[in-house]
Design a protein around this ligand. Structure first.
Ligand code: IVH
Length: 665
């Protein structure tokens, strides 16, 4: 090829790389995408194609090579150029005042300027850039050397592989997983029969230490940077330092402030203690740093930590309450789950009345009895959990909980299969299981049949109108109106939403059928691979396991499901009713009509949780941001929308009500 052509192609490749990195930055760091996903994917695929065609133009720092490496057998240890020290803690305001008094004494200054940052509850990492290129990423380790987790950190799109300037420096920060992503990750793991993570920090730590970078790449890791190790910059304050990191296009937490004197620091700490549950990620305190870097240098370090900073730690959000009773829930797969019914307590912004106790082993391990006083918290500030029993509060009137050996719904023997923690009811016609199957089938993520919640599912089952999900499609308004507490309008709406659900893509049907271990993601992969239910029914195990991410456990469960005679009966009812059995090509489950649109939600919505609303927007190609800026398209104002509404009005952002949001959908 002529040199000239190669030079032109090189120019094109370099410009594609710059373009892609720019969009990575706008999307992942600024949360303000400039183009929609389809356009971005097109740029990536153009670049990939050129790099394939012209191997001489390949570059390990190309955005196509974020996930490159092979699985490791162990992490290597690498040295930090400047040690990564920990922080001293203050557990109350007295601790803060002591910290300030010491600084005043050592600096001989009465009123020091402090810089306050949120203390992200994740795990500390250090990024080493050389000549502007990301060379290494390390865990903290023992502070002097850490594990080389470069391959995994490269998969985080917020981390630039190349800085805008040709610099050599160490930048430090915290890797974390957001509360919403944590919940989603655990839901997916539960559906796939995997162990769930106790909290977002454990999920982040586990993910960062994955030996296979392809697995790490699938984890929703994010990070905030807040400090430097070795560097040759001349900066004078912590505030300037963070602005500088922002200028280097690194992700920095926007919630930070200068406080003049320790009283303002106290106010700031109180402020965030009251509203930390509203943040999309977990924080466990505020980090207070002396703002002046000159003064920091003067104050120096003790053997363990800097004298110029302290971590003001919030007490973990835990409350004591009483287990009023333990009831058992029967899931759609027959798993029997003990659930603690609690005296209502307010925790991280909501009232908690129930907490799953997961299985009988866990109840025994924690020694929970009915009537016990217990300590509860919320994992990831979302999922209520009983942490421990306060044995000192026992009165002797507590009752032992015994897992029922007969199903409370159908009275058949319950069994524990070997290797399983759950006790199960194996009766395929157990009413409780069948009702749960209906609820799951109709749920928003599956067939999305509005009006078919738990109460209605139970009603149509008990009235014998519906015995399985196939029967739903034969319900008529007349039959429904005859049921107790069923209004004419609701009956008509329900029949309409059942009819609408016939057009859903195959993936929703596969998920809705409730095949064991087949969560939303597996359902999508399977539907995309086979295209029609009839082909899927004939699937061989090898064909299923050939799908990336589908292992033998899921494959076996799928094959077992389609071999059951009752499956055939249900599928024939669905077919005869005209339910769609095909997956549209090109992955167009829902229209991408919100592509390129950014939403901010503020205040409580009446029909969805914020997470659900966000998911709906994202499913349709839109984005949800947590902060109001000129770049957002809509602010959806729920009840008590607060300061975001004011800001949106000031900036001239379009403000819509929940009703208008629904109309938009
Ligand atoms: S500064 C030498 N700033 O908290 C000073 N740390 O308890 C180094 N952390 O090891 C730390 N958010 O893992 C700093 N805004 C923040 C932080 C933060 C979270 C973590 C970090 C550190 C630990 C200390």
């Amino acid at each position: 090829m002529a040199d000239n052509d190669l030079a032109k192609t090189r120019e094109r490749v370099l410009s594609l790389r710059r373009e892609i990195e720019k969009h990575n930055y706008y999307y992942h760091v600024l949360d303000q995408p400039l183009i929609d996903d389809a356009k971005f994917d097109q740029l990536m695929s153009d670049l990939q194609q050129l790099e394939e065609e012209y191997p001489e133009l390949k570059d390990p720092d190309s955005p196509t090579r974020r996930v490159g490496g092979e699985p490791l057998s162990a992490f290597e240890s690498l040295e930090h150029k400047v040690p990564m020290l920990g922080l001293d803690n203050a557990f109350n305001e007295e601790g803060l005042l002591d910290f300030a008094a010491r600084i005043n004494r050592l600096s001989r200054v009465d009123r020091v300027d402090y810089f306050c940052e949120l203390k992200i509850d994740g795990l500390a990492v250090s990024l080493q850039y050389e000549g502007g290129l990301l060379k290494h990423g390390l865990t903290r380790g023992d502070g002097y050397s850490g594990e080389d987790i470069t391959q995994n950190l490269r998969t985080i799109r917020q981390i630039p592989l190349k800085l805008p300037e040709n610099l050599s420096l160490e930048v430090r920060g915290e890797v974390y997983i957001s509360k919403k992503d944590f919940e989603k990750l655990n839901r997916q793991r539960e559906e796939e029969g995997l162990m769930v993570f106790a909290n977002p920090r454990n999920a982040a730590a586990g993910s960062v230490r994955q030996l296979d970078p392809r697995l790490a790449a699938k984890r929703p890791l994010k990070l905030f940077l807040y400090g430097l190790g070795q560097h040759s910059l001349s900066l004078s304050t912590q505030e300037e330092l963070l602005c500088y990191l922002e200028k280097m296009q690194l992700p920095v937490n926007p919630n930070r402030t200068i406080c003049s004197g320790i009283e303002e620091v106290q106010d700031y700490c109180r402020l965030w203690q009251g509203k930390k549950h509203k943040l999309p990620y977990e924080i466990d305190g505020v980090v207070v740093k002396v703002n002046s870097l000159i003064l920091q240098k003067e104050l120096g370090f003790t053997a363990r930590s800097p004298r110029w900073a302290i971590a003001y730690k919030y007490p973990p959000e835990e409350k004591m309450t009483r287990v009023v009773d333990i009831e058992v829930n029967i899931g759609r797969t027959g798993a029997i789950t003990p659930v603690a019914l609690l005296d209502p307590v307010s925790l991280s912004g909501t009232t908690v009345k129930r907490a799953s106790l997961h299985n009988e082993d866990l109840v025994a391990e924690k020694g929970i009895m009915i009537g016990d006083t217990v300590v509860v918290h919320k994992a990831g500030e979302i999922i209520p959990e009983v942490l421990k029993v306060v044995k000192e509060k026992r009165t002797g009137r507590e009752k032992e909980f015994i897992m029922p050996h007969k199903c409370p719904s159908c009275s058949s023997e319950t069994v524990r299969l070997s290797g399983e923690a759950a006790r199960r009811c194996l009766n395929p016609s157990c009413p409780a299981q069948l009702v749960e199957k209906l609820i799951h089938f109709a749920s928003r993520r599956a067939m999305d049949i509005e009006g078919m919640g738990p109460a209605v599912a139970e009603l149509v089952y008990k009235s014998e109108l519906v015995r399985d999900v196939g029967d739903l499609y034969y319900l008529t308004a007349d039959k429904l109106i005859a049921l107790p507490r069923m209004a004419e309008k609701s009956a008509e709406n329900l029949v309409q939403s059942i009819a609408n659900s016939k057009n859903n893509p195959l993936r929703r049907l596969v998920f809705g059928l409730g095949i064991r271990f087949v969560g939303e993601k597996a359902a999508r992969l399977i539907a995309e691979r086979f295209g029609t239910l009839d082909l899927l029914k004939e699937a061989q195990e090898e064909e299923l396991t050939a799908i990336e991410e589908i292992g033998p456990k899921i494959s076996e469960a799928v094959i077992h499901f389609f071999n059951k005679p009752e499956t055939d009966r249900v599928l024939e009812k669905l077919r005869a009713a005209g339910v769609n059995f095909t997956e549209p090509i090109g992955n167009e489950e829902v229209s991408e009509d919100l592509a390129g649109k950014t939403f901010v939600f503020s205040g409580a919505l009446s029909s969805y949780t914020r997470e659900e609303a966000a998911e709906i927007v994202e499913e349709r190609g839109g984005r949800v941001s947590s902060s109001v800026s000129k770049k957002i398209d809509y602010l959806v104002a729920g009840d008590e929308p607060g300061s975001k509404l004011e800001k949106a009005r000031q900036l001239g952002v379009k403000v819509i009500s929940e009703n208008e949001f629904e109309a938009l959908l």
